[in-house]
Design a protein around this ligand. Structure first.
Ligand SMILES: [Zn+2]
Ligand SMILES: [Zn+2]
Length: 558
């Protein structure tokens, strides 16, 4: 679809390729600035009359012509030309973090390296050091990025496969109405990363292969009753074909992690090869209550489940939007628009947490602008009663772990979300020093995206989760579960420990626009960690949330 993001992406790629091919950097910059401008335009360019396109800020005549070309043809001829002049392995290098177009040009043209695998080998041999612009540090970074990239090849975010998985599921059920199909594996467990989509089915391998083959899927592997195919979308699909009697036992066995299934098999009552008419029957036979697929990961859940009487949190249990950015920093909408959207969507409150002053790249707020914003929020709160906007800030955790404002300024917020945004490459000692200092600051209410990870593109800085969680208990700090599908940070694997210690979690959207309010992926991840609405701050009603903030301030003596 030719939407603004598509157009911006094409211009970004064009600019990079022009740089790689050594074109005049003045020209390439025109396209990278255009991409930047277009990403910020909220109105679809397809809806803008052609003659008006020329007058949009950041879009000159040559850019406008190319926008029209893309809207009309779905492609950009100049870009295609550059792509055809570039070896595919060199194009792939653009996925390696830390490698810009200029460096790629050196690797390609001076070193004669034309694929990612070859480049990794060159790093191992220290060959990068021989070239201008490549020091030992750069080489090490490139090497680590390649290893990370290769490890994650073929993997996708849950969010990227969700619609696709459901669409295929529907198609298969319609195509084979007399057969049973059930999604299983990582997808059914709501894993944050999906390596393959899996189904258990009573359809035979032969009929499945015939149907998939006719729809452009290529066979990857066939192993008796297990088939694996790859479709045009580059996601691996795997099918376990069974007879009706083995359908539910196979569904059970393929839904849980290996650790979970092994633990179940050790329980009295487990019987290999028995036939069951539902998964509930299997749980009954091993004397366990039904465990939702999301939680079938750790062996420990078999013991904990008996004490957990509250149901898992559901998307509808989110009562307020905590952690959001407005036009005052790097968000798209005004605070008024954001509040109205909250009210329309049935939320009881909105926590506005724009960036703090050190985040200059995101137009972070100076002390003066904070005062101004607070006056404005007071006015809006008068207007929107009983809905409430809370005054907050996503406060940078500085290099030494201090927060970005004086205590005087910090005391003017209803709550403070403390996050690391700068110097992410650090040792565990350094990361822990910064985080622990921030947690001990009495004004820190919530610890934002704990490790800074971006799934499939950037590992987080190393942290000792146990010490952080313990420090949060001691200092009454809530731990955010950032609901952005690329973050999902804190990792759900630590939620059970956090809950056991008595920490509150807060599923926060980190919204940069109204469209970003959706906490769905955060809730799915939280379910994996066994979170209930009682232990999630953003599920508190407005009076409960206000009472919590007050109680916490008293406890911290502020
Ligand atoms: Zn942040
Ligand atoms: Zn944020």
């Amino acid at each position: 679809m030719v939407d603004n993001y598509f157009i911006a992406d094409q211009f970004t790629l064009l600019a990079k390729l022009m740089d790689m091919h050594g074109e005049n950097s003045f020209r390439s910059r025109t396209y990278s600035s255009a991409a930047f401008a277009i990403e910020k335009i909220t109105q679809p360019l397809a809806d803008v009359p052609e003659d008006k396109l020329y007058s949009i800020k950041g879009i000159g005549e040559s850019v406008a012509k190319k926008v029209i070309e893309m809207l009309q043809t779905g492609r950009l001829a100049t870009l295609q030309e550059y792509i055809s002049k570039t070896p595919p392995g060199v194009l792939e290098m653009l996925n390696i973090k830390g490698l810009g177009p200029k460096k790629i040009a050196t690797i390609w043209k001076e070193m004669g390296v034309e694929s990612v695998g070859e480049l990794l080998y060159a790093c191992n041999e220290n060959r990068l050091l021989l070239y201008k612009g490549f020091g030992a540090k750069t080489q090490q970074n490139v090497q680590e990025s390649i290893e990370f990239y290769m490890k994650n090849q073929g993997s996708h975010l849950y969010a990227e496969t969700e619609a696709y998985a459901k669409a295929i599921d529907t198609t298969l059920k319609a195509q084979f109405p007399d057969r049973l199909f059930a999604l299983t594996g990582q997808f059914r467990r709501q894993s944050e990363i999906i390596d393959r989509l899996e189904w258990v089915t009573t359809a035979t391998s032969t009929e499945l292969l015939a149907f998939l083959g006719a729809n452009n899927y290529t066979t990857h592997e066939t192993l008796e009753d297990i088939i694996s195919v790859m479709g045009p979308e580059n996601v691996q699909l795997k099918f376990y074909s069974t007879g009706a009697a083995a359908f539910y036992p196979t569904l059970f066995q393929t839904s849980g992690s290996e650790e979970f299934i092994t633990a179940c098999q050790a329980l009295p009552g487990w019987s290999n090869g028995a036939s069951y008419a539902s998964e509930e029957e299997i749980f009954t036979s091993i004397q366990l209550p039904y465990i939702q697929p999301a939680m079938r990961e750790k062996a420990g859940v078999l013991h904990n489940i008996k004490n957990n009487t509250e149901p898992l949190i559901e998307p509808d249990d989110i009562k307020g939007i905590i952690h959001s950015h407005s036009q005052w920093s790097d968000g798209v909408h005004t605070i008024e628009e954001m509040a109205k959207a909250c009210i329309d969507q049935g939320f009881e409150y909105l926590v506005i947490s724009d960036h703090s002053k050190s985040a200059f790249y995101a137009n972070g707020l100076t002390e003066e602008r904070i005062k101004e914003q607070h006056r404005y929020v007071d006015e809006l709160n008068e207007k929107f009663k009983p809905f409430k906007i809370f005054k907050s800030i996503e406060c940078d955790i500085l290099n030494d772990g201090a927060l970005d404002y004086s205590n005087n300024v910090l005391s003017t917020f209803d709550l403070v979300i403390a996050s690391v945004h700068s110097n992410l490459k650090m040792t565990e000692d350094k990361a822990m020093m910064r985080l622990l200092n921030a947690i001990r600051n009495p004004y820190t209410t919530i610890l934002g995206h704990m490790t800074g990870r971006l799934l499939l593109s950037r590992p987080g800085y190393p942290v000792d989760h146990v010490s952080i969680i313990d420090a949060c208990v001691e200092n009454h700090v809530v731990i955010e579960l950032n609901a952005h599908p690329r973050r999902l940070d804190i990792d759900w694997r630590w939620i059970d420990y956090a809950l056991e210690k008595g920490v509150l979690i807060s599923i926060d959207p980190d919204a940069h626009s109204i469209e970003g309010y959706d906490c769905h992926y955060g809730v799915l991840a939280a379910q994996k960690g066994g979170l209930t609405k009682q232990r999630n701050l953003s599920s508190f009603s407005l009076p409960e949330f206000e009472a919590y903030l007050q109680k916490r301030k008293t406890a911290r003596g502020i």
